[in-house]
Ligand binder design. Sequence first.
Ligand SMILES: *Cc1c(COP(=O)(O)O)cnc(C)c1O
Length: 392
Amino acid sequence: MKCTADIDTRDVEELYINIDPIQAGGRLTVDAQKAAIAYSDGYSVCDNCRKPFRLDYIDKPPIADFHRDCAEWLNMDVVRLVPGARRGFQAVVSSIVEKGDPALVTALSHYTEFASLEQAGADIHEIPKDEHNHITAENAAARIEDVTRETGKTPSILFVEHVDYQYGNIHEVAGIAKVAHQYDIPVLLNGAYSVGIMPVDGKALGVDFVIGSGHKSMAAPAPSGLVATTDEYADIVFRTTQVKGDITGRTFGIKEVEMMGCTLMGVTAVGLVASFPAVKERVLHWDHEVKNSNTVADALCAVEGTLVESDMPREHTLTRINTVDSFNKVAEIHKKRGYFLSHSLKKNGIIGVIPGSTRVWKYNTYGLTDAQIGIVCEAFQDIARENKLNVS
Ligand SMILES: *Cc1c(COP(=O)(O)O)cnc(C)c1O
């Protein structure tokens, strides 16, 4: 089937169990799919935009309500929609980091965190991870001290991942935020792998900014995401335009500079808002998702030579697995080489493992039904047995 002569229909979610590490939390709800079709035209959410002409004031569809509810849900004061977590980092950094300022990220930070700081001309330093692949308050404190001494300035911001993209480990955010605040350093929580799939309480974590990714973890179309902050920082990051045209004398009301006025204007905004009730509900079942994640991790560990490199037991659905001494041994002699694993999985109705990778790779079990979890476990073990690996 085709969408156009050159564009195939996409049917992977209909035909397969998808364990792709980045796609699991972004699958749309049926409500979001319906809303996305209805609002597929460009500036569709602007039908009922009235004075003062800003996205977060639109009542129909209920975008204004969403902004209030979402801030409350995250236990923060103010929320804005942005085109992806990365644009959230960019808005915050552009507001509070000056060229040459020291800034802290972690040894597990995502490239988009670096890019937002590079764009601002920051002097970027990493907080090292410990031997368990964790970012700790102790290492954060030591790094703040070192960087402050070396540069003569305290860092202008500290980024910390709630859950990192490499291991899917949960980090000591509250402790890190407490340390950073002793030096008056604002803390940005990167919730790309938490907001929308697990409970997040910004005040309990003690952070100044919470960034979420709609298309990674909020069952929303891409590019979408959010920035949440406190009243203290809202006036800075969401400052309104002060500019005036020098010939026309025009001014631009309450448009926010970092938001470029308005951000998500159609399918992205309405899709994220349409999924929000289901997203609020699903985070309450995070324990069950974690249980399923452990079931799959245990099933893989039963294949001799397989190691989970993430924390065990799992506390998240994203997992990094090392199969150098199991599936990679098969790859060395198999006629399909490393492609045998993704190929065999596909024959079992499973996709999302990068074709060719049999050494260290990641998968995400988020959102699978119990029956699908069973199929995934069985498939990995059947593939192992077929290829003469021991399964205990
Ligand atoms: C995916 C990801 C991002 C980027 O999110 P976007 O919404 O695509 O900008 C940032 N940080 C981490 C840890 C991620 O996993």
